[in-house]
Design a protein around this ligand. Structure first.
Ligand SMILES: Nc1ncnc2c1ncn2[C@@H]1O[C@H](COP(=O)(O)OP(=O)(O)OP(=O)(O)O)[C@@H](O)[C@H]1O
Length: 300
């Protein structure tokens, strides 16, 4: 059984000209869990993963597997499996031939190619040309490649992108199994909802900065609870809230007030003679917390 190594990013910065795509990023990723690496498009996820895999040199900082940089690993294929892009396969080659080239280069037997193709559900399609594969099948082929050396660490960039519902269900189970076997599994996504059911921990970045890391459930406490209140006379209610110095925004079912105590809102409406039609506490969901952390949904 492969043992997962701890992935460690220490003060990673990557500048493209004057722009810092990744800015002083530090975090660790533990074995035996699925860790979601989340952030809106352009947050710096792909750049960070490319640095980890030695494909891009950081401007400063280090990224290591069990303390060793990718380029210094004695057996890279047996240590880390990565799937960064699904589309870069030679269309004229069969899936078997594609993987066999890498297997031969790594000194692995052809039986391993058949094994990994079966593992990702492509066993029946091994002799088909990759050019005829759907996006979902190419995603699976990318995973098969990542698994070739039976690595303890899996690094997958947006593996759920483009999968149909059946494929999404399959990959969720696949990620869980990989982590349960002791591997370190790092999966990037720009959508929390996409990975919510598969991840134990989350690392969230926005504009190249770390904005949150911890167990998935820790996201719940990130946004302060709000009160939803409404009135047949919304203008009068708004005036009463403003007079009390409370900030609020228009929500779907009323005014969202930055205040945790519904009793306080009820009291000030009563004192102002404003009739209330809705009044309750709103606990934000994981998605709300995620959007608040990454600066709203505009860039998603
Ligand atoms: N080679 C490059 N040259 C210049 N700028 C780049 C380069 N690669 C990435 N960037 C910029 O760095 C920022 C981070 O990009 P990156 O691809 O890492 O983000 P991401 O979170 O993976 O987003 P996406 O999910 O859209 O790929 C973006 O502003 C991007 O335009």
């Amino acid at each position: 059984m492969p043992t997962g190594a701890v992935i460690e990013f220490s003060n990673i910065t990557k500048k493209f000209g004057a722009v810092a795509a990744v800015n002083d990023l530090s975090f660790t990723v533990e074995p035996g869990k699925v860790t979601g690496f989340l952030g809106p498009n352009g947050a710096g996820k792909t750049t960070t993963l490319r640095i980890l895999l030695g494909l891009v040199a950081p401007t400063s900082g280090t990224a290591t597997f069990g303390g060793i940089r990718y380029r210094d690993l004695a057996q890279p294929l047996a240590t880390v499996g990565a799937a960064l892009e699904a589309a870069s396969f030679h269309p004229g080659r069969t899936a078997f031939n594609h993987l066999n080239i890498y297997a031969i280069a790594a000194g692995l037997p052809s039986t391993r190619v058949t094994e990994v193709l079966n593992l990702v559900g492509l066993g029946d399609y091994a002799s088909r040309r990759v050019g005829g594969y759907s996006l979902g099948m190419r995603q699976r082929l990318g995973l098969a490649f990542a698994l070739l050396g039976d690595p303890g660490v899996l690094v997958l960039d947006e593996p759920i992108n483009g999968l149909d519902p059946e494929g999404i269900k399959w990959i969720r189970g696949f990620l869980r199994t990989m982590a349960a076997e002791g591997r370190t599994v790092l999966v990037s996504s720009h959508l929390l909802s996409e990975v919510q059911q598969s991840v134990d921990d989350v690392v969230i970045i926005a504009k190249g900065h770390l904005v949150h890391r911890g167990p998935l459930a820790s996201l719940d406490s990130e946004v302060a609870p709000q009160v939803i209140v409404d009135s047949p006379d919304r203008d009068a209610l708004s005036a009463a809230l403003s007079a009390a110095g409370l900030s609020f925004a228009l929500g779907r079912t009323g005014l969202l007030v930055a205040e945790a105590n519904p009793g306080r809102i009820g009291h000030l409406a009563f004192a102002a003679g404003v009739e209330i039609s809705v009044l309750h506490r709103q606990k934000s969901g994981l998605e709300d917390s995620f959007l608040a952390l990454v600066g709203g949904g505009d860039s998603l």
